[in-house]
Design a protein around this ligand. Structure first.
Ligand code: BGC
Length: 370
């Protein structure tokens, strides 16, 4: 069968490869599920892997099948799979257990292993293929009513994990009633964060680089009652004069210097969530470190990093996808700006991914099967 792969650490190596169709018997204990891939999204991580900056091939292979934002239909199940049936829609999580204590208790997203296993990213083949086999343990069932937007569940799961941790951490306060939030970055992750926070009742302020007028991402922020500002016109630190200090800030720009602005824009007891995987070598000087340090100490402020997501966060994401359709019907579909039919058209997907601004693209994805 066809799959889309790269040679990790080699720039622009993306291509079609022929691989064997997976078999149920590859998964132990009769827990195998064969999934027909319907849609696969592409994101900044896929772009970085194809740029040769990130990604590791599985042992014994010199290529890595890409794809971690997935959506598919169950084609076959093993004898010990009771929770799924043929025809069900499913989304698979990305990381698989390694050796650490956290991996053993079902939270590989908190692994302390240096080598981690992520489908389509690190040491395991991904989902840009016609079929994949997986243990039912790593599959989340999707209600048919949200099938059309479920390819957004994996990126949403990252946000669900960040927000869940923020509320767990803030239990230190006994009472925490956050009201305002800033979202730094309004690409697909930033828009999903804006949505998740609006669903939780926050007053949300989104920040991007582009000017707001005629910018679809800005329009989408405003369509669900959030504001949008371009940081070219209003810096995050300046924005607190207009909107007040933020109880929660979610950073997803990929531009690390902005975190120091964010650190200075938090309310007392506020929390800053970092989620950008910045693989570059950028350095930042002239950081007002005394001021930032003192604000953090005197205001009991928090900053933490978050990566990946486990089953619990995917399940929270399913509920938010459904709630979003109930509250803001059709909004998520507007994020799915660029559909490319057929894996063989991978060049188109990567062209859109590499030139998102030119295409006005928010989310580009393959439709592998209908
Ligand atoms: C994926 C995560 C993954 C992270 C780091 C992200 O694009 O959504 O599942 O943990 O990259 O590899």
């Amino acid at each position: 069968m066809k799959a889309i792969a790269v040679t990790p650490k080699t720039a622009n190596s993306v291509r079609v490869v022929e691989v064997d169709k997976p078999k149920l018997t590859e998964i132990k204990d009769g827990r195998g599920v064969l999934v027909e891939v319907l849609r696969v999204g592409a994101c900044g991580t896929d772009r970085e892997i194809n740029a040769g900056e990130y990604g590791v091939a599985p042992k014994g292979f010199d290529f890595l099948v890409l794809g971690h934002e997935n959506f598919g239909r169950v084609a076959q199940i093993g004898e010990n799979v009771k929770e799924l049936t043929v025809g069900d829609f499913v989304v698979a999580s990305v990381r698989r257990p390694g050796r650490s204590f956290y991996d053993k208790i079902g939270t590989p997203d908190f692994t302390t292993d240096d080598k981690y296993y992520e489908r389509g990213i690190s040491r395991l083949h991904g989902f840009m293929s016609e079929f994949y086999a997986e243990s039912a343990d790593f599959l989340v069932k999707i209600p048919p009513a949200i099938a059309n937007i479920a390819v957004l569940l994996e990126p949403l799961s990252i946000i669900e994990k960040g927000l869940k941790q923020a509320s767990d951490i803030q239990e230190r306060l006994k009472i925490w009633r956050p009201k305002t939030a800033a979202v730094l970055g309004t690409g697909s992750v930033g828009l999903l964060t804006t949505l998740a926070l609006r669903l939780r009742g926050y007053e949300v302020h989104g920040f991007g680089k582009d000017k707001g007028k005629g910018y679809l991402n800005a329009e989408l922020c405003e369509a669900i009652g959030a504001t949008y500002d371009s940081t070219l016109e209003l810096s995050v630190t300046e924005s607190v004069k207009k909107y007040g200090e933020y109880d929660l800030i979610f950073e997803c720009t990929g531009y690390s210097p902005i975190i120091f602005d964010a650190m200075q824009s938090l309310n007392q007891n506020g929390i800053l969530i970092l989620s950008s995987v910045t693989g570059g070598k950028r350095k930042t000087d002239k950081v007002p470190s005394d001021k930032i340090n003192q604000q953090f100490v005197l205001g009991n402020r928090i900053m933490f990093g978050t990566v990946n997501a486990n089953r619990e966060h995917f399940e929270l994401g399913v509920k938010d996808l459904a709630l979003s359709e109930a509250m803001y019907q059709g909004w998520l579909s507007r994020m799915l700006t660029h559909k490319v039919e057929g894996l063989e058209n991978y060049e188109k997907v990567f062209d859109i991914l590499n030139n998102a601004a030119k295409y006005n693209a928010i989310k580009v994805y393959f439709e592998v099967n209908k």
